[in-house]
Design a protein around this ligand. Structure first.
Ligand SMILES: CC(C)(COP(=O)(O)OP(=O)(O)OC[C@H]1O[C@@H](n2cnc3c(N)ncnc32)[C@H](O)[C@@H]1OP(=O)(O)O)[C@@H](O)C(=O)NCCC(=O)NCCS
Length: 379
């Protein structure tokens, strides 16, 4: 008798390990980071403080926070070799591939990237460095591969303002734009054993290096069923183009059994707790900027999905329209998700290293029964 457990397809509903990083409570529609309600963090904190919380497990004291913020500002620049590599990246390359390339190359350049040191201190040091550099990789990787001038990181700007400055090239940015952007960073930061985090943990469980685990996570996040949904949402809204045709467009897609991007979630069945926060900020932004067209289309899509399928938007849905209003190129939406989720991934890689057992499930063989080899001339 075998004592194997046959897991449901896609591991739906399976708890694979303990974690003290975040809790998705679907019963009361709440997301908690290290014990703190994510909603309260979006109201009272800001992304880098939340990043510290995720990486260290506790909110920082004043001195700890000052050091963390200073480190981030001073480590934003990427080596010249990385800019050179990006010169050979074609314009048509997806920025998630460029990001994976950039992270891999930073790992290659890192003298401390030796196998064997999986200590909390070493992993956290690498994570802090990558957190500071990823915005520059994303913004300037995109710029260089598109033949646009590099916009160097600016130490006088906070994380979100500097990131937006490098992407858009603008010197002055609206406070509501920066606030909304920073809140998206908080909301994207961590979400339990989602697919990319799990991929990162699988890689870490082989005792591979930190950068390899992050590269696995980036590759997994790229897919449209995961982080890649946010850019697909905006392409869909552009295709709809007009709020009067939105309901018919969605009904038609549903009739063809197409998935509507930015809707549904493996865990949440009655709505994603993060969505209303960005929806409200995004609407405020649209009104302030005098462009409510996309939010109006999005509202019709949301309403239609509710009445037709009783399926609710996930975080990627309102984030797409908010990023569009900020003037961010659509292909950069998923990399932005990665720039935030690097905090959650890193916390999970640390957790995996500290309490490791190789993640290696089995499979049930359903192929042909054993048969004899047939010589080529007899096939
Ligand atoms: C997120 C997602 C992959 C979750 O998948 P899942 O947990 O395996 O859910 P299922 O595919 O089993 O969906 C259950 C039912 O809802 C339907 N459904 C789920 N999401 C849907 C969507 N976005 N559009 C249309 N129907 C959807 C499925 O077709 C299925 O219907 P059925 O029972 O009639 O076959 C899925 O909802 C999806 O593909 N969403 C769009 C991509 C997206 O926004 N991803 C970002 C996630 S944060």
């Amino acid at each position: 008798m075998s004592n194997e457990i046959i897991a449901p397809k896609g591991l739906a509903g399976v708890i694979v390990d303990d974690s003290s990083i975040s809790k998705v409570d679907v019963e009361i529609n709440q997301l908690i980071y290290r014990g703190y309600d994510m909603k309260e963090l979006t109201e009272k904190s800001y992304f880098l403080e939340v990043a510290y919380l995720l990486l260290h497990g506790e909110l920082p004291k004043k001195k700890e926070l000052d050091e963390f913020l200073l480190f981030e500002r001073e480590h934003r620049e990427i080596p010249e070799e990385v800019y050179n590599i990006y010169k050979s990246v074609p314009k048509y390359a997806h920025p998630m591939d460029s990001l994976r390339l950039g992270v891999t190359f930073l790992g290659i350049l890192d003298k401390h990237n030796t196998l064997g040191d999986t200590s909390r201190e070493e992993t956290r040091a690498k994570a802090k460095n990558l957190l500071a550099k990823i915005p520059t990789l994303i913004a300037n990787g995109y710029r260089v591969s598109h033949g646009m001038p590099v916009v160097k990181p600016r130490k006088d700007l906070d994380f979100s303002r500097n990131f937006l400055h490098m992407i858009t090239g603008k010197d002055t940015l609206d406070d509501l734009v920066v606030k909304t952007f920073d809140v998206t960073m908080i909301l994207y930061a961590e979400h339990g054993f989602n697919a990319s985090t799990f991929a990162g943990r699988v890689t870490a469980s082989t005792l591979s290096d930190y950068y390899s685990a992050v590269a696995s996570a980036i590759g997994t996040l790229k897919g449209p069923l995961h982080g890649g949904a946010n850019e697909q949402v905006m392409y869909m809204l552009q295709e709809i183009g007009n709020k009067d045709t939105a309901a018919a467009y969605i009904k038609d897609k549903l009739a063809k059994k197409d998935k509507i991007m930015g809707f549904g979630h493996r865990l949440y069945r009655t709505g994603d707790s993060r969505t209303p926060i960005i929806k409200e900020l995004g609407w405020n932004l649209a009104k302030k900027l005098g462009n409510t067209r996309w939010n109006e289309i999005a509202d019709v899509v949301e309403e239609t999905m509710k009445t037709e399928k009783n399926i609710f938007p996930n975080l990627d849905f309102p984030t797409a329209t908010a990023y569009y209003l900020m003037g961010i190129p659509i292909e950069l939406y998923t990399p932005l998700f990665a720039a935030s989720r690097i905090t959650g991934w890193s916390a999970h890689i640390i957790e995996q290293f500290e309490n490791n057992r190789l993640i290696r499930p089995g499979s049930r063989y359903v192929g042909p029964a054993k048969r004899n080899y047939i010589a080529l001339e007899k096939r």
